[in-house]
Design a protein around this ligand. Sequence first.
Ligand SMILES: C[S@@+](CC[C@H](N)C(=O)[O-])C[C@H]1O[C@@H](n2cnc3c(N)ncnc32)[C@H](O)[C@@H]1O
Length: 297
Amino acid sequence: MYHNPVLLKQSVDDLVTNPDGTYVDCTFGGGGHSREILNRLSDKGRLFSFDQDLDALKNTIDDPRFTLINQNFRFLENSLLMHSISQVDGILADLGVSSHQFDEADRGFSTRSNAPLDMRMNVMQNLDAKRVINEYGEEELADIFYYYGELREARKLARDIVHHRKTKSIETTEDLKKLFSYIPPHKVNKFYAQLFQAIRIEVNQELEVLKEMLVQAYNILKPEGRLVVISYHSLEDRLVKRFLKNGMFEGEPERDIYGNYKKAFELVKSKAIIPDEKEIEENSRARSAKMRTGIKV
Ligand SMILES: C[S@@+](CC[C@H](N)C(=O)[O-])C[C@H]1O[C@@H](n2cnc3c(N)ncnc32)[C@H](O)[C@@H]1O
C-alpha cells in the first residue's frame, strides 16, 4: 500500500463544511485524504491537490472536480492563481513523508536499509543528504542536529562527521551509521530516528516551507475557511500551534484598539487531536500524529 491515511475521518470532518466549495490538499501522497474530500463534495465542488514527489502522481484521481499539481506547497498561492483560484474554503496539510517514501529503500529515508544518502522528496532538487553531510561546515551540521533532531550531543556528532570525511566521503546511510557505533544499543534506534529526521528536515527545508505555506494559506482562505494540519514532530506542531493561535510564529500578536489580541483563527479544539489506540495499533505511522484545525476569523 502506498500510504495509509492518518486521522482520515476527523480531518475531513473538520475541513469540509461547504460541499459546493473549493478545497486544497497540500500533501496528496497516496490520495487517501483527497479521495475522502471528493466524497464529501457536490458536483460543483473542486479539489486542488499538491505533491512535490513524482511518485505520487501515479495515484492521481480521474474526476472532473480534481486537479493534481506537481509542485512544492511553498508555491501554494501562485500555483492556484495559475488555475484562476484566489480564495478557497479549506486547506489540509498532512505533513512529512509518506510510507511509500520510507519503504522505497533507495531513497534513503529509512534508518533500516542501506541506501545512498538522498532523502529528497523532490528528486529534481539539487540539495540531498550526501551534500549536507559532506559539504556543510561543522557548526552548521551541529545546529541541524541540535535544532532539528533535538540531539544533545550535536557538537560531537558534527565533529565526528567532519573528521571522517577528511579521508573518505560519506556516501550511504550505512557509512553514516557506522560513525556512531559507540551509541549504546538501547539508545540506538531513537538516536538514528532523530539523526535522520534532522537531515531530512534540512534537505527538504521542511520548517521553512511549512511557514511559507501557512502564511499563504491564511491569505487565500475565505473568512470562516478552515485550515487543518496534521504534523508528526514537535517542531512542526509548535509552528502550527503558534500560527493558529497568534497568526505569527514569533513574538506577540497585534492588539486592537481595546487592547485585545487580534485573532487570526478560531480554534475548533484548544488541544491537538491525536489518533485513538485502535488507529495507532493498525497504523504505526499514526503514533506521533497531532491534528489542529483553525477557522479563519
Ligand atoms: C504524509 S504524506 C500524505 C499522505 C496523504 N494524506 C494520503 O492520504 O495518502 C505527505 C506527502 O506530502 C508530500 N509533501 C511533503 N512536503 C511537501 C511539500 N513541501 N510540497 C509538496 N508536497 C509535499 C510528500 O511527498 C508526501 O507524498
